[in-house]
Design a protein around this ligand. Structure first.
Ligand SMILES: Nc1ncnc2c1ncn2[C@@H]1O[C@H](COP(=O)(O)OP(=O)(O)OP(=O)(O)O)[C@@H](O)[C@H]1O
Ligand SMILES: [Mg+2]
Length: 252
């Protein structure tokens, strides 16, 4: 399974980290992908760099790219690895750069140094899982043409990795207990058509957009994809056991 730990849930992620440790202990093959939006924002601010988003994606000039890479592949990645090590998980921090894991092109020119994931090359993940290690992937990549380092949205990376390795389950752990309708009530199930409508009606926006797109990419490959709250211990367990929780996304 692939579990994406949202930066928005930092400070609230004990349940999710315990869950990863449980699954690793049970010898499940598990891959962690993490974000780190708030931490990138914090360091950008410290360095006097302005932050702007388009449809949930960070507009990234060269300086922002450098900060995002330093923070995500450095501090954020090592914090997750350390938190898992404290739970006796043999976690190994990598990024989409390592062994060419994420194959990306530049996304829209208006986004700057942002990569769009075209494919994954799972060699490094296969090798780590084979050795019973838990890969912890920071979202960054090298452009396939040009070779420059690019910032990648962590949700998109997680969806592509789940699809690319044929994961059975993809969990987006975040600061909300699922996708909410216009009245703030959790939606149990979503399909592509409903997602399009909610997006047009602006009921889903910002950081939820790349999550749902990535969930659809993985669901199209037969993966069960869900958005679940970082504190929702029982929801995480239910999803691992094939039951429903959070918001589940199906391709149809
Ligand atoms: N309909 C919706 N239901 C729930 N959340 C929504 C909805 N529309 C927009 N959101 C926003 O999506 C946010 C989650 O995405 P966000 O990108 O902030 O977190 P993350 O992906 O977990 O963290 P990071 O981007 O750092 O990895 C929620 O906190 C909420 O503000
Ligand atoms: Mg996000």
């Amino acid at each position: 399974m692939v579990i994406k730990l949202g930066g928005a849930a930092v400070g609230d992620e004990d349940a999710a980290l315990d869950f990863v440790a449980e699954r690793a202990e049970a010898a499940d093959a598990i891959v962690v992908v993490h974000g780190g939006g708030p931490l990138v924002d914090e360091w950008s601010k410290r360095l006097g760099i302005e932050t702007r988003f388009e449809d949930g994606l960070r507009v990234t000039d060269e300086r922002t790219r450098d900060v995002a890479l330093a923070v995500l592949a450095g501090l954020a990645n090592k914090r997750v690895v350390a938190a898992l090590s404290r739970r006796r998980v043999d976690a190994v921090g990598i990024s989409g750069v390592d062994a060419g894991l994420l194959i990306v092109d530049r996304a829209a020119p208006s986004l700057g140094f942002v990569g769009r994931v075209r494919a994954v090359r799972p060699k490094v993940i296969d090798a780590l899982l084979e050795a019973r290690l838990v890969p912890v992937v920071a979202p960054a990549a090298v452009a396939s043409s040009g070779g420059e380092l690019l910032n990648v949205n962590a949700d998109e990376a997680a969806g592509a990795i789940a699809a690319g390795i044929g994961a059975r389950l993809l969990l987006f752990v975040t600061d909300v207990n699922g996708v909410q309708d216009r009245n703030g009530r959790r939606i149990a199930r979503l399909d592509a058509e409903t997602i399009r409508r909610l997006r047009a009606e602006r009921v889903v926006s910002g950081g939820m957009l790349p999550k749902l797109e990535a969930a659809l990419v993985a669901a199209a490959e037969g993966c069960v994809a869900a958005i679940v709250g970082a504190r929702d211990r029982s929801g995480l367990r239910a999803l691992a056991e094939g039951r429903q929780a959070g918001t589940m996304v199906s391709a149809g």
